[in-house]
Structure formats: C-alpha cells, structure tokens
Design a protein around this ligand. Structure first.
Ligand code: WT7
Length: 676
C-alpha cells in the first residue's frame, strides 16, 4: 500500500463483513394485526409524492392550528416542516389520551432492585404530575418558552415527567446521559446557556446506589468558570424525603423537587401552543472535533416523524406494552421510549438499571411480569445476554410479537440467537439504522411487508431516499454492492434543524461534501451526509458498514476520538494522543489510547492510570480506554500526520501493510512488540 492508500482506506472498507443471508418472513399472525400492511406505502412515499406524502404523519397528531405549508426550503439546508402549524408535544403525549385512556398505564417504572415495587403511572397520574411540575418550572424556576433547561437524569419516571413538563411550556430540554461526567454536563450547560439544571440525587447501577448529586456540583462549578451561571439546581430524590447521598445541598441554589412540589399541588397548566418549527429539545452528540454538537430537534416535524415510525416500524398499538432498553439520555430513548410510544398511547417501560442485574434472567422476568410484547435493544446488550445466559429466555413465560435492534451492525449469528431464543421464533425483528441527527429511523424493514435479512438494516423507510456516493461524488449504481458514503437525497420531518448556535458547522458537517450548489434553495441540491459507509445489495437492502469519520461506536454509544484525545491532552505529561477502535466481543468496539509524552517524562503504570482517569473524568466511564499505550513516538506520515490506521491495525492484530513511506517506519515494529 502507498501512503495515500493507508491514509484513505476507511474503517468501513477494512472492516470484516459477513455474507448476504437468506430472508426470514413474518408470521401470518403478525401480519394480521400489523398497523401497516399495504405494500403501496412505498409508492405513496416515492419522490414523486414528496413532500406531500408526509401529511399522513402530521395527521397522526392533534394540532392547535393546522399548518399551511408542508415544507419550506427558503432557508436551505435548514428545512422547515408544517409551517404555520401550532402544536404542543406534552398535549399530544398526555392530554389527548385522557378521554379514552386515563386509567391506562403510561409508564411502568422498574427499579433495579428486584425487591422494590414497580411503579405503574396511569395517563391520568402522568397528567397530574406533569402539570404540577410544569407549574413549578414556570413559577418557581422562572422558565418560559424558548429557554433551555439542562437535565442530567438517570433512568427514572421523573425523567419523562421532566421532559414533558418542559415541553408543556415550550422550554427546550437538553438531557445529558446520566453516566456522563460533571465536566461533560458542564460543557452542555455552557453551550446551551442553561441557567437551570435538573438532576436526581442518586440511582442504582449494578446493585450500588450511586451518588449522582456530586456531578451536579461539579457541573455547576465548571460551567461558572466557563461563564455560564446556573442559578437553580432542582433535585429529584430517588427516595422522596430521604437522603441517599453524602453530598450536601447548596443553600439558595439547590432545591428538592418533592419538597417544592407540595406548594404546587392541584395546579394545572394549559399546554403552550408552540409553532411547529419551535425547538423541542437538544441532544448533544459526538463528531469529528472535540466539541459535542447540540442537535436541535423541532416540535411538529419531530413528533410527527417519531409517531409515524413508532406506529409503522415499531408497530405500536395503544394496547401494547413496549419496552425499549436504551437509556433516555440518548436519542433512542427520546424518540422510542418517550415521545413515540406516549404519543401513540402505549404503555412504555422504563428500567433503572443494567440488563444483567442481578442475573441474566432479569430482562425476561420483567417482560413476563409486565406482559411486554414489543422489545427494543442494541446488539451490545444482545451479545452480552447471549454470552452470560443463552438459555435464560426459554425459562420465562413472555411472548414478544416484535423486536428491534439498533445502534450498530448486528452479526448474523447474534441476530439468529435473538430471533430464536429471545423472540422464541415468533417475533419479527426490525434492524433500524438511524442517528441522533435524524430524529427517527432511516432504514429498516417494514415488519409486515418487507422480509427480514440478518445483518442488514433493510430497505429505506417510505419517504427516505438514500444515495451512495463514492469519494469523488459519483453516485454508485443502485444495488451494485460496492461500498460508499451513504447520504439521503431528501429532507424528512424528523431531521434535526441545525446544530445549536452553529449553523455554519451544521452546513459544513452534513451538507458541504455533496452539495450541488451552495446558493440553491432546492432540497434536491442538498444531499444529507450521514457519515456512514454502506453497501446496497441487489434487492435494495442496505448494509451499514460503520463510520467514515472520527467516531467510534462503543456499546452502541457514539464517542468522538477527538473528544477522548483532548481529554488525554489535559494531563500535563502528554504531548500527543491518538485513539483507535479495537474490536470487542460484547461492546463492538473499545477505544485504545496511544500516548507520546513530552520530553523529560517516562512511562509508568501510574501515568497510564492518570491518563485513563482523566478520560473518565472528562467524559464518563463509557469512554474508558481498553489500554493506554505510552509509546516513544507516534507513527507519522512525512507531513507529520499521526497514522491512526497503522495504530488501529496493531491494536486489532491486523496487517499494518507497507509502512516504508512513513517518516519513522521503525517505530511500527517497536509498538507492535509492545502491544503484541
Ligand atoms: C450511528 C449513530 C440511532 C440511535 C442510536 C445511535 C450506527 C445506528 C445502526 C444499525 C448499523 C447503526 C451508525 C450511525 N448505527 N444504528 N441498525 N446498523 N449501524 O445513535 O449515537 O447518533 O449513532 O450508529 O454508524 O451513524 P448515534
């Protein structure tokens, strides 16, 4: 390989791929009850019928004022959907269901400790609790439409209550994954300019009650240093009225919500009617640079899209008990634990803890006891459960009709175990490919219409029209089976509106690469770059191969290599840092961290630990490197670029190829000997 080859071979191209598999078909029983059984749906959502086809999604919602323009492209590529419409998301997820279903369970909250009681919250009770908390947010915290509130909450019933209370006022919520560090939370507070932080004092993880309140103190302190004052920290208590953490409350700043709420008993707040294109929430995600980007999602378009896809892809009916095991701190939880299922009046399960606590039978006991019939999880969890409890599902009496896998490509062997053991050969599986940015699914089979193919996400959803480009911007012929960069030709209602406060970066990151004319106001000229490589098989099914950018997928969580590298560079001894993904049996990928020290410093186990700890403190434990390798020098091109490809090959015990053109080829063998 020449130097150019090594630098340009993408992660996707060097990845090992599986063979095309045979189809699996849904049962007649499934088809008989499915929400969508009309194959003409693809034609109805063809490009010829775009964008008007999406009226069908908008009509799944209750509008305060109906929209007049379905798609406004005048501010390309910031698309506006359902313009002129006014709507409230909280109303659509709660109030509109009361007349018929006030006594139905909206949320089943399952504490991690099995001896604790499951909480069943009806739509009526959800309405009461959301109303009272909305009143508190408005009258005590002083929040109003358009303000941002940062949430740093674990899996709890209070998290959707908080989101829906924000939505009721038109306050833009920005939930930070509970496992992220105080530092990561601070960065998001600063970027979104929030002056209210909503958190919880403690939560269970793997049987331990974690002190989460301490992260709030760190976040507020660090945010202040970066110029953003948080004047109120609202703290839900894991055990209302009881202290669960040693971290004290700061007088005048921190308030226990359950104390303050007493003053709002009986208060009701009319949902604020928001323009369809008003932002509903921000969800920060990793990209090519160190700074996470706040993906801004709209109210009307987003809610329409997640409601439609929850109905037609997740096949949710109001009588279903639906359990998505993701964390609400990620987009999957926002779209497919909270907004989609509640908008459809389903019962949604929220589980506090880890799937294997206290043993690998736990998920199946939860499914059995709550009567879960739709199940949604990620390959990393499936691999883990398959490894530690391959025969567990058969021991429990539950029946899924439908299952989802999301977050990364799933190995056909793992898919088949999921199908046979977890689904007991009865449940259909959808493999949904999408992203934080896209709000909802892009590719998946339609459960009653298009057969499943293990290891393949399937065709694009009705109304989503992908195109695969090569490096030079040529369109690859449909179904040619060659890898390229997958883009989406057209806008869709769930797509994010912009990066919060950084339109320029939005355009650069997602549209600049294949834009046909930067001045154009036509959507046809603005293909959306997903950042994934993919191949399309002859049958039109897409197989996603992985990221083309500097993003690694650890247990289905997206981490920027640059984020981890910048965290390592905070350690004063570190001169250079390079992160590469290493294959891992359960997690999919893990970060390996290569470090070169400043002159005068020596490698030591203590220093390795210090660097690893720095990464955990800055980002969170999910970013913990597999190993920290302190090397004498980084393999570099003659122009000084660190050859991450070579490091990745070494970490993954693969052939490094020809490295003779590097500036320092000898270092490669030295590093190889070290990593072995
Ligand atoms: C990246 C997006 C979508 C919610 C969870 C992750 C990868 C996602 C699949 C899938 C293969 C997948 C892609 C994508 N990905 N789903 N079904 N098959 N790869 O959201 O954190 O924004 O990550 O996850 O690489 O770009 P995210």
């Amino acid at each position: 390989m020449t130097e150019k080859d090594i630098t340009h071979v993408s992660e996707a191209q060097i990845a090992v791929h599986w063979q095309e598999e045979d189809y699996f078909y849904p049962s007649m029983q499934f088809i008989a009850q499915a929400n969508m059984t009309d194959p003409a749906i693809y034609e109805k959502f063809s490009l010829d019928n775009f964008p008007n086809c999406y009226k069908a999604y908008a009509d799944l919602l209750e509008w305060d004022e109906y929209w007049h323009t379905i798609l406004d492209t005048s501010d390309a590529p910031c698309w506006k959907w359902f313009v002129g419409g006014r709507i409230n998301a909280s109303h659509n997820c709660i109030d509109r269901h009361l007349a018929k279903n006030r006594n139905k369970t909206a949320i089943h909250f399952v504490p991690e400790l099995e001896e604790e009681k499951v909480e069943h919250i009806t739509y009526q009770e959800l309405w009461v609790r959301v109303n009272e908390f909305t009143a508190l947010l408005r009258d005590f915290a002083g929040l109003k439409a358009g303000d941002r509130a940062t949430l740093h909450m674990p899996m709890s019933a209070e998290l959707p209550i908080t989101m829906l209370a924000c939505a009721r006022l038109g306050v833009i919520h920005s939930e930070v994954f509970g496992g992220f560090s105080g530092r990561a939370c601070a960065d998001r507070i600063v970027d979104s300019k929030s002056n209210v932080l909503i958190t919880m004092d403690a939560y269970y993880r793997s049987g331990t009650l974690l002190d989460h309140k301490k992260n709030a103190d760190i976040a507020v302190e660090l945010a202040a240093k970066d110029g953003q004052t948080v004047n109120k920290v609202l703290v839900w208590q894991r055990y209302p009225g009881k202290s669960s953490t040693p971290t004290p409350m700061v007088k005048g700043r921190d308030f226990f919500i359950n104390e303050e709420l007493k003053r709002f008993y009986g208060k009701r707040v009319k949902p604020v009617s928001m323009p369809a294109e008003a932002p509903l929430f921000l969800m920060y995600t990793s990209g090519t640079t160190g700074k996470p980007k706040g993906c801004q999602h709209s109210t009307g378009g987003y809610l329409a899209y997640v409601t439609g896809t929850s109905k037609f892809v997740q096949d949710i009916h109001p009588e279903d008990v639906y359990w998505c095991m993701a964390d609400i701190g990620w987009i999957t939880g926002h779209s497919y634990i909270v907004y989609g299922p509640l908008s459809l009046c389903a019962s949604t399960v929220i589980y506090e803890g880890v799937p294997n606590y206290p043993d690998a039978g736990r998920p199946w006991r939860i499914a059995q006891d709550l009567g879960v019939n739709i199940f949604h999880t990620a390959p990393t969890a499936i691999r883990a459960l398959r490894k530690i409890g391959p025969d567990e599902p058969a021991k429990y009496n539950y029946h899924f009709k439908h299952m989802t896998t999301v977050g990364e490509p799933i190995e056909p062997e793992v898919w088949k175990w999921y199908y046979k053991e977890v689904g007991k050969g009865e449940a259909i599986i959808v493999d949904t490919w999408w992203q934080t940015e896209t709000g909802g699914f892009l590719c998946s089979t339609l459960p009653a219409i298009t057969p499943m193919k293990p290891g393949s996400a399937g065709p694009s959803l009705p109304g989503i029209h992908p195109v695969i480009y090569d490096e030079d911007g040529n369109e690859l012929p449909a179904g040619c089976g060659r890898a390229g960069n997958i883009c989406i030709r057209n806008p869709w209602p769930g797509g994010f509106q912009t990066i919060w406060g950084d339109r320029n970066r939005f355009v650069q990151n997602y549209y600049a690469r294949y834009c046909k004319d930067p001045k154009s106001k036509r959507w046809q000229d603005w293909p959306y770059l997903t950042g994934d490589a993919a191949v399309q098989a002859k049958d039109g099914y897409y197989r996603i191969l992985g990221r083309i950018d500097d993003v690694i997928n650890v247990s289905g969580h997206r981490l920027g290599t640059k984020e981890i590298e910048s965290a390592a560079l905070i350690v004063p001894e570190v001169a250079e840092a390079a992160v590469v993904p290493v294959a891992h049996e359960i997690k999919g990928k893990e970060p390996d961290l290569y470090i070169a020290l400043k002159p005068g410093f020596d490698a030591s186990p203590e220093l390795e630990k210090k660097i690893s700890d720095a990464v955990c403190n800055e980002i969170g434990k999910i970013a913990k490197p597999r190993r920290v390798w302190i090397v004498k020098d980084m393999p570099k091109t003659r122009s000084g670029k660190i050859m991450r490809r070579v490091l990745a090959a070494i970490s993954n015990k693969k052939d490094v190829g020809d490295v003779t053109t590097l500036a320092n080829p000898n270092i490669v063998d030295e590093i190889k000997a070290m990593v072995k």
